[in-house]
Design a protein around this ligand. Structure first.
Ligand code: SF4
Ligand code: SF4
Ligand code: SF4
Length: 170
């Protein structure tokens, strides 16, 4: 068990409005903050190396490095019971392309689309403009593969609730 008092854990949670991406299949951020021992076993288990220690020593995912392949290795390596069943969706994260996307400056770029295995990104022609990425939120798994390949660092992986629209143009 960790030596971090419960109160400190709660304060850490309350102060942090913008939560970093956590491990897949977690029951909740609260359950994670309460139960994670910060042992680091999941870091060693992740084949893509995206798990790292963050604030307070708690593990978080770094999609600037690589993607989550949903291999389940981190969950299987963790000795704490704070995960949902693998038959459920791993999380509700989703990708969002920001305004600094190169296509907004007239530069042709397909990097995010090419990296997206679930084909959640289409490059749609726009009249008189360079074609821009369009995201299908229903198809996006939040894997992060589009983030590390973006030459403009224009992709953000959102950890908040998904918008209700089916697809979004940028
Ligand atoms: S293996 Fe589990 S308890 Fe250990 S740092 Fe990772 S999530 Fe926390
Ligand atoms: S599911 Fe696999 S790829 Fe994704 S964070 Fe866990 S160990 Fe890494
Ligand atoms: S997060 Fe994954 S599924 Fe979603 S758009 Fe990016 S590469 Fe595609």
């Amino acid at each position: 068990m960790s030596d971090l008092p419960d109160l400190s854990r709660r304060n850490l949670l309350r102060r942090d409005q913008s939560l970093p991406p956590r491990l897949p299949w977690l029951v909740s951020e609260n359950a994670f903050i309460d139960a994670c021992t910060r042992c680091g076993d999941c870091i060693d288990a992740c084949p893509t190396g995206i798990i790292q220690k963050g604030r307070g020593g708690f593990v978080e995912l770094n999609f600037d490095k690589d993607e989550c392949t949903f291999c389940q290795a981190c969950v299987k390596a963790c000795k704490v019971e704070m995960f949902r069943g693998f038959e459920q969706a791993p999380w509700s994260y989703w990708a969002e392309v920001q305004d600094n996307c190169l296509t907004h400056r007239g530069v042709v770029c397909h990097s995010c689309k090419d990296a997206c295995e679930p084909r959640a990104i289409a490059i749609r022609p726009t009249l008189g403009q360079v074609a821009r990425p369009q995201l299908d939120l229903d198809a996006c798994t939040g894997c992060g593969a589009c983030k590390s390949v973006c030459p403009a660092d224009a992709v953000k992986i959102q950890t908040k609730a998904r918008p209700s629209v089916t697809s979004k143009a940028y």
